[in-house]
Design a protein around this ligand. Structure first.
Ligand SMILES: [Zn+2]
Length: 119
């Protein structure tokens, strides 16, 4: 294994390695990769702490068919002490009107399996 490590450090020193190869997307269509990038960019606008929360939450509890970030920067709403992220302004209003319902959905979403890009 020492040989393997030496090989790696040489690649780094030479500035070679994988950098020139096209990034493998694992068969995911480019459009999906672009959408994913747009979502990540939207989430990044939240700031590091909120971004992490939104990533963990993944879906909008008001419209669970939407991912957070899919409609731009997610909206933050505090329901009974819980910080919840929703996909848009109108969902924010809905969440504030029906906090119990939305909190129940929000808790359910935590256990929901995440969609894999390309499926
Ligand atoms: Zn929405």
């Amino acid at each position: 294994m020492a040989r393997f490590c030496l090989c790696c450090s040489w690649l780094v020193l030479l500035g070679a390695g994988c950098a020139e190869k096209p990034v493998a997307t694992g068969g995911i269509p480019p459009g999906v990769v672009e959408a994913e990038r747009a979502i990540q960019a939207s989430l990044a606008q939240l700031g590091p702490e909120d971004q992490l929360r939104a990533e963990q939450q993944y879906y909008c509890p008001v419209m669970p068919e939407y991912r957070l970030g899919e409609m731009g920067k997610p909206f933050k709403v505090v329901l009974k002490g819980e910080t919840v992220f929703v996909c848009c302004k109108s969902c924010q209003d809905t969440a504030q009107e029906e906090p119990d319902k939305i909190l129940a959905q929000w808790k359910e979403l935590k256990d929901r399996p995440r969609a894999t890009p390309g499926n």
